[in-house]
Each structure stands twice: as C-alpha cells, then as structure tokens.
Design a protein around this ligand. Structure first.
Ligand SMILES: [Zn+2]
Ligand SMILES: [Zn+2]
Length: 258
C-alpha cells in the first residue's frame, strides 16, 4: 500500500514547503482520506483516478478544497465523486458546505451523464469497501464527530488516527488486527501546549507517546502527522526525544510504501 500526504503550502520562493496546513492523504493513487488539499495537491493522473474520498470529520483543514475538486471535474465525470463518511458527517457537509450558499449542493446535480457527487454513508464499527480497500471506522476523541480508520488492501494494514486526543476504542480495533504495517497518528501541538491540545481534541508528542503505549503490535512504522505548521521544527525535536523506534514526522509529498 502506498500513502502520500499531499503538500498544501508554498514557501516564499514558490516551492512546496514541508509545512502542513491542510490534510489530504492519497492511498494507492486512487482513494483520498480527507480532502483539505485535494484540489491543489493531486497530480493530473491522480485527479483522473480519484473518485472516492473518505472524510473523517468536517473541519475545514480536512475538507477545504473538496468543493473545488468536484467543481474542477464537473463536466468530465463519468461517475460520481463518492464521499464516504458517517451519516452524521454527510449531513453536516450537506448543511454547512454543499448548501447552496457556501458552495452548490453538488449531491443534487448531474452533468448529463452522471450525478457529480454522492454521499455514501458508513457505520462506525462495520467494515466497508472503498475502491480496492477494506476500511473500518472508529469514533475517536475530537471536538466534532470524527473517526479514525483502519485500512487494508488485501495484504497490508494501516491505522490512521485522524484528529484526536487520548482515545481508547481506536486502539482496541487496531490491536485486534492480525497485522499492522504502519500507523499514522497526529501530533498537533508541542508539549508545552498540552492544555490547548486537550481542549481542541489533539495530541502533543508526549500524548502520542502515551497513546503508543496502548498499541500491542510490535515493529510498526509510526508516522506523526497533522503537525501545526508554526511548531513543526519543535514538534520534530519533541518527537525525536520520545526515543520511539521507527517514529518520524510524515513528509508531505513523499510516497510511503508498505
Ligand atoms: Zn479536526
Ligand atoms: Zn485537523
């Protein structure tokens, strides 16, 4: 399985920056997890192929350019862009984003050949299919309804925490998997901002360290993501200080493979 975090920031010289402001992860070039930078970060061949987007929660950094992505493809689609999310999150996206004011209700539109966008609700705790992947979604601990994911391509298994503070059910589900090849887990704020992390439903590197204490799989590659850009370097230092083997900060633009 290949996973790439799309870059979302351009530095002052016009180059892609490692700072991550928006969240969008491309799996095997054809499924996106969250859609923050989906309209700006995909290569053309990926834009041709991605028709399935799993939305873990409706925060702006996770859905910011999703409406633009559907808009760009509007006249070309031969099948809908499928938005996989809990019933609740589908409802929030319809109410707050695709509502005819912020952007058109693409879920009600077709282009003469196909509907252009379709909500495909899933239930927490039940396995479902997205393109070639089998996916399980688990409620995590954030300030809006949010799921973490366990994804399997038939061979490899990857856990994805999404945005969360300390949580338990996610780890039970991950630990029940027969194997775990990689874990993407958030680390938003430095250790000194633990209070802010707690009230906003996020983790610090130390919090990430305690969460990893709940993991029973050994020898898993751990990628820290959702590093708030203004603290990126400090977060990387604090992650290193944990001394956890095979833990690193996920680099935007790099394709990881397991
Ligand atoms: Zn969030
Ligand atoms: Zn976020």
């Amino acid at each position: 399985m290949k996973i790439k975090l799309l870059p979302s920031t351009i530095d002052e010289a016009g180059r892609l920056s490692p700072e991550q402001r928006l969240s969008c992860f491309v799996v095997d070039g054809r499924v996106c997890i969250d859609a923050g930078s989906i309209a700006i970060g995909l290569r053309d061949d990926e834009r041709e192929r991605v028709r399935d987007v799993i939305v873990t929660h409706p925060h702006m950094d996770h859905v910011a350019t999703l409406p633009i992505f559907v808009d760009d493809l509007f006249g070309f689609l031969e099948e809908p862009v499928r938005i996989h999310a809990t019933e609740e999150v589908c409802g929030l996206l319809a109410r707050d984003v695709f509502n005819g004011t912020v952007y058109p209700p693409f879920q009600n539109f077709d282009n003469g050949r196909t509907r252009v966008m379709q909500f495909v609700p899933f239930r927490e705790g039940e396995e479902f299919a997205v393109a070639h992947l089998r996916v399980k979604a688990v409620a995590v601990t954030h300030i809006v309804p949010t799921v973490g994911l366990v994804i399997n391509d038939g061979e490899r298994t990857v856990g994805f925490s999404s945005d969360t503070s300390a949580t338990d059910e996610f780890w039970h589900v991950v630990n029940r998997e027969p194997r775990l090849d990689a874990l993407l887990i958030e680390a938003s704020f430095p250790n000194s901002l633990k209070k802010l992390a707690d009230v906003s439903g996020h983790l610090t590197p130390e919090g990430l360290g305690s969460e990893l204490g709940k993991l029973t799989h050994a020898d898993v590659e751990v990628l820290a993501m959702h590093l708030k850009p203004s603290f990126r370097l400090q977060l990387i230092e604090e992650l290193k200080a944990l001394g956890v083997p095979r833990l690193s900060a996920m680099e935007p633009g790099r394709e990881y493979e397991w």
